[in-house]
Design a protein around this ligand. Structure first.
Ligand code: PMP
Length: 361
């Protein structure tokens, strides 16, 4: 079969490019916004128990225990919770189930999670990118002015990635009030590091979908569990798309880990505080080194140095076995996104940066 066959199908589709996952060598990974801490010991125990009992059997098809545990945590109903194999998969179902056949376009910021344009192309969803303000904050004006005759949905990350800037819940509610006939999707992958969740608003606004993940603040990127939250009628659209695969693709081990993670509030609060404290340390130190840093409500910071080239800094850090994320595209090509590691990781980074800048690059 010729390449023409599949190239006609995938067309211009460019795959999402994840941060480097080194296969060898001792790198400090500050490039993928994972947690530097192990998952909750209670989640580890629950997963070990699941491994030793019942792996020969299929998992709970509707992921009901997980949906019940998460619903209890957020004081909503289990039919308002959709579980995905990572929030990337929940997002895929949102694009496929809610956007694809709408016959209208969707809106998202020009600087945001790069999976949105990837999914839009994959599912043939027309889209328009709305520029962020010059300070990288999200200006609501174009979204408030959108016409529901043309726009099916608005999707943005709050706090935003890779910029780390958060939008207040009052603004999100303002948008929901102004646009009752447009689906509003708020991706809260990083919300636990200083943002405000919009989940309580799903009770009031039938057009709201909130996305969350266990990959960041719950230290469980390895088990791939993410969620969509919304009123049951919206979640039903996702379930229908998913049903072609029969059951929730969340295996027994992941289900057990997810439930236990939500039950260990103490560990969750402790690790997120450690990350936020290290973030304040890192921010102050890189500012001292001359970097300009955006306000952060996430487990990463977004920074640029007015004198030094970002790609060169990233390459020099790699020589020090430190990986950070550099995006090549304008207008953020002079920025670096740095994940908050342990306090020691942050100190290593500061030492490496001061050495690199003092030598000049
Ligand atoms: N949304 C945003 C904004 C992200 O940065 C990420 C992580 N790359 C995700 C969703 C997906 O995370 P996961 O699939 O691990 O849940």
């Amino acid at each position: 079969m010729s390449n023409q066959f599949w190239s006609d199908i995938v067309g211009e589709l460019k795959p999402y490019v994840p941060g480097e996952q080194p296969k060898e060598g001792l790198f400090i990974k500050l490039n993928s916004n994972e947690s530097p801490y192990e998952p909750s010991p209670k989640a580890m125990q629950a997963m070990e128990k699941a491994i030793h009992g019942g792996l020969a059997l299929y998992p709970e098809a509707d992921a009901t225990p997980v949906r019940e545990a998460v619903a209890k945590y957020y004081d909503i109903a289990p039919d308002q919770v959709f579980v995905g194999n990572g929030s990337d998969e929940a997002l895929a179902h949102v694009f496929n189930g809610l956007f694809r056949h709408a016959g209208k376009h969707i809106l998202f910021p020009n600087i945001t999670y790069s999976f949105y344009p990837t999914y839009a192309k994959l599912y043939s969803v027309p889209y328009k990118e709305v520029p962020l303000a010059d300070d990288f904050s999200l200006d609501l004006t174009p979204y408030l002015a959108a016409s529901s005759d043309e726009v099916a949905a608005i999707i943005f990350a709050n706090p935003n990635a890779p910029t780390s800037v958060a939008l207040g819940l009052d603004k999100i509610e303002q948008l929901l009030q102004a646009q009752p006939n447009i689906v509003i999707v708020v991706d809260e992958a990083y919300v636990d590091f200083g943002g405000e969740t919009a989940i309580p608003l799903i009770k009031k606004y039938p057009n709201l979908v909130v996305i969350q993940t266990l990959s960041k603040s719950r230290s469980l990127a390895g088990i791939r569990v993410g969620f969509a939250f919304g009123q049951a009628s919206l979640m039903e659209a996702l379930v229908r798309v998913k049903n072609s695969f029969n059951s929730y693709p969340i295996d027994r081990v992941a289900q057990a880990g997810a439930i236990a993670a939500f039950e260990d509030e103490e560990y969750f609060q402790k690790t997120r505080k450690m990350i936020m404290d290290s973030r304040e340390y890192l921010m102050a130190e890189v500012k001292r080194l001359g970097f300009q840093v955006l306000p952060s409500s996430t487990n990463f910071i977004f920074m640029r140095h007015p004198q030094y080239d970002a790609a060169k800094i990233a390459a020099a850090l790699r020589e020090h076995r430190l990986l950070v994320r550099h995006f090549k595209q304008a207008p953020i090509e002079q920025y670096l996104r740095v994940t908050i590691g342990t306090q020691e990781n942050c100190e290593n980074l500061v030492n490496a940066l001061s050495e690199i800048l003092s030598k000049g690059i």
